[in-house]
Design a binder for this molecule. Sequence first.
Ligand SMILES: Cc1cc2nc3c(=O)[nH]c(=O)nc-3n(C[C@H](O)[C@H](O)[C@H](O)COP(=O)(O)O)c2cc1C
Length: 126
Amino acid sequence: MFAQAARQRDPEEDGERFRNKAMAAPLLIAICARVLAPHKIPESEQVLAVGAAAMNMLNALHLLGYGGFWATGLNSYDPRVQRALGLGEADRLLGFLYVGTPKEATRAPERRAPESFVREWSGAAR
Ligand SMILES: Cc1cc2nc3c(=O)[nH]c(=O)nc-3n(C[C@H](O)[C@H](O)[C@H](O)COP(=O)(O)O)c2cc1C
């Protein structure tokens, strides 16, 4: 389905790199949000709630010893892929969790010091 959508987006494309992407992990979980509007819960909160659920899924599968990676890309935003997955007008495809058993251990990436982007707010200046 990834390869077919890629070929339809671009007739010059044979779709193989997208097929390889789909086959990169033994399990792909499509993360979808159904956004209801108008609704008392703002759209951003509805989408963020699903993002938080996806993060919990990643945390859970890492705790179980699996590896997981969240990726979007052209296929996530392609209406053909969304239709093929059975998504409707109100649904948003927020990407795919690629899940499998890691082949090798990865090291935590270097992080910026929190002081460079976290600011403590201690009340309005008098
Ligand atoms: C919604 C979402 C979509 C992402 N899509 C991609 C992607 O298409 N390709 C990719 O290489 N990484 C993707 N990532 C992974 C991020 O680039 C990044 O590696 C990951 O969020 C870890 O961030 P950190 O290194 O700041 O902790 C995505 C992450 C999120 C949350």
